[in-house]
Design a protein around this ligand. Structure first.
Ligand code: CA
Ligand code: ZN
Length: 275
């Protein structure tokens, strides 16, 4: 497996497939499978890939179905984020995965596996894997799990898909600073849809369609999530923008993906039953 630390149009493809195709990404944790005390600062947040998808052209949408996520035997949780300023020193735990759960502070917590980093190469300057954007990357959206479908706007020939930073469990916001950071094996199905579905990544789960936006502040990210969902609903449902806005305001939910990365990430979830 090959690892990247920037999403870049200049990255050499690690592998090539012709869509539709299944592919398995073996991913490292955000610490390169090391622990937070000894991880190398310039080797943070590796993404596996990139995968060149023949048939994916700029202006298309890459449809990535997450078929399965198999976890390493243990992962790591660490204190950072807002609480880093309240708590001195480095605090982390290695947690064993047992019976689809972990034990922390005497509580057994069931897993909810998710992919922190998934993206394609941007058409302009390289972006570090730690920074989320229109090309995806470190969105830390807990809805990107087994069975989810991620739609990414293709920006360069072959899309150059890469992913990593799997979490065994994380709450919305990634408020403690990290999830349970863990190595994994991710099996995906990649397909190409002609035309752009959205300027931003979208995620489809059993009951919801969501748009995921990132910006320097959560306010700006939230505004973009609402705007993008409004225009998506107006276009898809052939509604005037005021009606689309009323509909999303009444039936949709604005949520926080993460507040700990260089850009903050919001998402807007809309029930598929109203599509
Ligand atoms: Ca992350
Ligand atoms: Zn992570």
């Amino acid at each position: 497996m090959k690892y990247i630390y920037d999403f870049s149009k200049d990255n050499e493809p690690a592998f090539r497939v012709a869509a539709p195709a299944s592919y398995t990404f073996k991913t490292l944790s955000c610490y390169g499978d090391l622990t937070p005390d000894i991880c190398e600062p310039d080797k943070i947040n590796p993404a596996t890939g990139p995968l060149f998808i023949e048939g994916a052209h700029p202006g298309d949408t890459l449809k990535v179905t997450i078929k399965s996520i198999d976890l390493a035997p243990s992962g790591v949780v660490k204190v950072s984020g807002f609480m880093k300023h309240q708590i001195e020193g480095l605090h982390w735990h290695q947690l064993a995965i047992e019976n689809n759960s972990v034990v922390l502070a005497g509580r057994r917590l069931p897993l909810k596996k998710m992919i922190g980093v998934i993206g394609v190469a941007p058409s302009d300057d390289p972006v570090p894997t730690i920074t989320p954007g229109k090309h995806g990357a470190n969105m830390d959206a807990k809805i990107i799990g087994e069975g989810s479908i991620v739609y990414l706007p293709v920006q360069v020939e072959g899309a150059l898909l890469a992913m990593g930073d799997v979490h065994a469990l994380m709450g919305d916001g990634e408020t403690g600073g990290t999830g349970i950071e863990i190595g994994a094996k991710i099996e995906v199905l990649v397909e190409v849809i002609k035309g752009q579905m959205s300027q931003w990544p979208m995620v489809e789960t059993e009951d919801f369609i969501s748009v995921i936006t990132s910006a320097p502040t959560l306010d700006e990210a939230s505004e973009m999530a609402v705007k993008e969902m409004a225009s998506y609903l107006a276009k898809t449902l052939e509604l005037p923008l005021p009606e689309a806005t009323m509909l999303l305001g009444l039936a949709g939910d604005l949520k926080v993906c993460q507040i700990v990365n260089p850009l903050k990430t919001a998402r807007f979830e809309f029930p598929k039953k109203y599509l």
